[in-house]
Design a protein around this ligand. Sequence first.
Ligand SMILES: *Cc1c(COP(=O)(O)O)cnc(C)c1O
Length: 522
Amino acid sequence: MTMNSVGRPTRPEGQTAVMGGSLTGARGLLQDEALIFELGGWDKTGVDLEAARFDASDLGDLVRRAPIGIPGLSEPETMRHYVRLSQKNHAIDLALYPLGSCTMKHNPRLNEKMARLAGFGDLHPLTPISASQGALALMDRLAHWLKTLTAMPAVAMSPKAGAHGELCGLLCIRAAHEAKGQGHRRTVLVPTSAHGTNPATAAFVGYSVTEIAQTADGRVDLADLEAKLSDDVAAIMVTNPNTCGLFERDIVEIARLTHAAGAYFYCDGANFNAIVGRVRPGDLGVDAMHINLHKTFSTPHGGGGPGAGPVVLSEALAPFAPAPWVVSGANGFDLIETPEGEAAQGFGRMVAFQGQMGMFVRAYAYMLSHGADGLRQVAEDAVLNANYVKARLSGAMSPAFPEGPCMHEALFDDSWLEGTGITTLDFAKAMIDEGFHPMTMYFPLVVHGAMLIEPTETESKQELDRFCNALLALASAARQGDVARFTGAPYLAPLRRLDETQAARKPKLTWRPVSQTPLAAE
Ligand SMILES: *Cc1c(COP(=O)(O)O)cnc(C)c1O
C-alpha cells in the first residue's frame, strides 16, 4: 500500500500506479493534503490575540487541562489547506459535469454578487417586517416568476430541497384529502423510472407505494396506470420530462385519469430545465410540483451550497399550503405566519423561518438576467446540447431509447459493453482519468447499466466536443480490449477505487490522534 506523509493510504492494496509513485503523495502540481487536525500546530495561532484580562481561576472546575484540539494554522497554511482540498474534487468551474438528473450548470457570478449585497446577505431572519421590505419584495417577485412560468396560482417558498418540496406537496395532498373526507386513501403511484426520493417521500408521509410500469419507449404505461388507479390512490408522482430524458407525451391524459379517480397529480419538477419557458405544468393538469432552484435556476448545489425547492400548487391544493407566505397590502409587504380563514387548513410549516433566502436572491438574479426569452432559450439549448451528445455518441455507445430525440439528457445502456469485460462503473472510473466527472450511473434502474448524461445549456460546442471525443476514444479502447485501463481506473485521481458502500454505510466521522489524549474535536 502506498502511504502519504501522514500515513494515509493513497491507493488500495494490490493496486499499482501507472506512473512511478511520488515521495510526498502529491501528483504533479496537485498537492497531497492531510486532515486539518493532522496538521496540528496546537501551540500556534494565526491571530495576534491580546492576553486575557481575567484570571482563568474564575472558571473553577471548568479550567481547560488539555489542548482543545483546534489547529492553529497561519493564514497561508489555512489558505493552502482549503485550496488543496478543493482541488481533490471535480467542480463545475473545472470542466463539464455530466451528472444526469442533477442539472449541473454554471453558477453565474452575478448571482453571487447579488446574494452578498449587505441588505440580503446580512439580514437576520427575525428582522422586523418593517426593516425587511426589500427581502420580502424579492420573495414576492420570485414567487410571481415561479407561478407565471408554471401557470400555477400558488407557491410554497419554504422547502429547502427537491425532496423537501416533495414532502411539502404530499403533505398538502394528504391535508386536502382529509378535508374532503378522503383520508382513507393510502396509496401513491410511482413509475418504475422515478427518482428514489419519490417513493421515499411517499413512504415517509405514511403512504404505501405502487409502481406503474413503463412502455418499451420509456414512458408511463397508461393501461397499467388505469388498472392501478382506484379510490385508495391519493396521488401519482410523475417526473416530466422523465428520468429517461423523455417527455411524457400522454401527460394530459395521465392528469385526466388521475383526477377522474379522485387523486392528485404530483409532478417531480427536477427536470424543469428542459421545458422552462416552453411548457407550463399548470396547463398539463399538475396539482403540485417542486422546482429545484439549485438545478433550473442555477444556484450552486452538491458540495457547493444548500438548495431550495419551492412547490407550486393548483387551486385545489393552495388552501393547504404551509406557512409562512408573503402578502402585499397598502402598508407594503407582510408575512403571514398564522393563517386564518380557508388558509388555516394548511398543514403547518416546513421550516423555522422563510426558506433559503440566499438561494432566492440567486434564482431571482438569474431570472432577471435571462428575461423570459432567455429562460426559454435555456430549455432549447439544454435540449439541443443533449441531442448533440446523443447523436455524437450513438455510433459507439448504445442509446437506451434510440428512436427520436431526447429532452435535456442522453441515456445510454451497457449493451455496447457486452463481452468486453468492462462495466458501466469501470467506464465511468476511466472518465475520471480524462478529467471528467462521471455521468450518473445505474439510474434510472429500468435501464441496464444506465449512463445518464446531462450536459446543460451552459456548455459550449467546444467543451461538448472535448467531452464526446474523450468518451469516443475510451469507447474505442474498450472495444479494442484495453481492459486494465478501465478495471484499474482511476489511475490518476488522488484516491482510487474506494469501498463506496462502506463509506456510505459506515463513514468515519471522528478523528483520534495517534498519541495524544482525546481532544475536544471529537
Ligand atoms: C434532484 C432530483 C430530486 C431531488 O432533489 P434534491 O434537491 O436533491 O432533494 C428529485 N427528483 C429528481 C428527478 C431529481 O433529479
